[in-house]
Design a protein around this ligand. Sequence first.
Ligand code: SOE
Length: 397
Amino acid sequence: MTDPSSSLRVAMIGHAFMGNAHSQAWRTAPHFFALPAHPEMAVVVGRDAGRAAEAAARLGWAESSTDWREVIARDDIDVVDICTPGDTHAEIAIAALEAGKHVLCEKPLANTVAEAEAMTAAADQARSRGVRAMVGFTYRRVPAIGLARQLVAEGRVGDIRHVRAQYLQDWIADPEAPLSWRLDKERAGSGALGDIGAHVIDLTQFITGSRITELTGRLETFVKERPYAESHSAGSLGGLSGTASTERGPVTVDDAASFLATFAGGAMGVFEATRFATGRKNAIRIEVNGSLGSLAFDFEDMNVLEYFDARDDAEVAGFRRIIATESVHPYVAAWWPPGHGLGYEHGFTHQVVDLVTAIADGTDPSPSFADGLQVQQVLAAVETSSDTRTWQEIPPS
Ligand code: SOE
């Protein structure tokens, strides 16, 4: 194992919502976990020099830059953390891997299957040189989700028959909510499907240990045109909120996605991802029904995993609420006493812990770029299915 005093110098590209979450994780991880190497927050990269410098000062990065290529070429950078919109992931990740930098890339891995394939090929080549690549499906690192996977692996729910998964948000339910880059296909690849549907695809496969083999889906764009955000004239589409301008532009992605799926293990899956579920802010709801029991999770109550054991006596049978905050639950021992709870940001911290550990141990981090590619294939299959109104098979990995 690497000497814990050795450092990993990190460059983060992008400093909006995800950049904030990743910065918090890089700052916090070494203070709560005994890491095998010390991450140093070396440089943050943004398009605008003033805003990048402000982000560096606010988020705790030593320097800022406007040129990711120059930063990737530096000898004193070990890790490149990509927090930009999807249309830039492939170019930055491939360049970083070729330059021998370990890469953490936000989800979904790319905007197309072709890009994800190229990124996976670059990661495979880099691996032979000891370079690691990970895609940021952070919700895997919520303790209750880790516990769900563990209970399935231990056989406590038996053979899985049903997987029910929803990712529900409502931040664009108002038809006057301004256009953001997330509503622009060129930049985001897809809408609710790739932004949040990708998470539940990854999570259900992670929990069940089984992959989606075929599906039939439907995409819908309810609001086809929206006001640009005020900042549009400066060439940037805003984040999750913003002030509307009088000019309007087209929404080029889906507002909502749903699909039926079959898992390799035989389970039937029902998936839904939408930004129009009024009142639901970040509801990731997953239910698994097996021959011996069931599991249920909702991110809006993220410290709880519900578990039903079908072998319990009828008098006392029922879903039990496991508060996944005990030191025996994944990642929890490093944090607070039982019942004190973790939040959204902790998944990002756990992601840093797992990445740094894998780099130091010389093992492959998970989820890998190959895992990200497989999710991309599922996303593409939903789009094709919606366009052609057919069932689609997912190529075996
Ligand atoms: C916006 O819908 C978003 O920030 C996603 O992009 C994230 O992946 C999810 O964690 C929260 O919602």
